[in-house]
Design a binder for this molecule. Sequence first.
Ligand SMILES: Cc1cc2nc3c(=O)[nH]c(=O)nc-3n(C[C@H](O)[C@H](O)[C@H](O)COP(=O)(O)O)c2cc1C
Length: 189
Amino acid sequence: MKRKRSPSTLFLPKPVALISTAHAGRDNVMTAAWVNVVCMEPPQMAVAVRESRFTYEIIRASGEFVVNVPSQDLWRAVDMCGMVSGRHQDKFALAGLTRERAQEVGAPLVAECPLSIECRVSASLPLGSHTLFVGLVLAVHLEEGCMGEKGKVEVESFRPYTLNHREYWSMGSRLGNFGDTASELEVIP
Ligand SMILES: Cc1cc2nc3c(=O)[nH]c(=O)nc-3n(C[C@H](O)[C@H](O)[C@H](O)COP(=O)(O)O)c2cc1C
């Protein structure tokens, strides 16, 4: 039996990403778990950023951000980028991360992350404590070693991980494939 709890942001699993940004000669990298894909055509992503973050200021000023998805080996560096602000220090240096030049935006990619997605802000929605920045995807960069046949992502090489109620968890094994149940259905929506 489920027990009712008060309204909260409890939801799991959450992804873990590094949001890299740049403006006026400064750049930054911030950990975000409130991030997701929100539209297929055109492809768009969204990240919810609290107004007190340095990242918020930079996205507001530049209208750009990069979503970098780390593998589990990076979890300590990623945690670090969520513990301190980049307003007064270089978090790339602090966390041992490397900047890589992006192709469509001024913000750097995080070289160590196997997936980096360049975005230009297409909408922003102030919601309260956080503002939702929606970004049009301009370019996607996937590490060659994680690329399988026909554009497939090799999850075992990528090794993504998740945030589950303030704990980082690695992924288990593959359960099945997208659409495996379709053949059991009479009507496919
Ligand atoms: C796992 C994790 C997830 C986080 N997710 C978010 C998020 O989605 N949005 C947000 O505004 N802050 C989030 N934070 C907090 C920011 O990363 C943190 O306040 C950071 O120091 C802000 O950096 P900045 O001031 O350099 O932008 C998260 C922190 C951690 C550790």
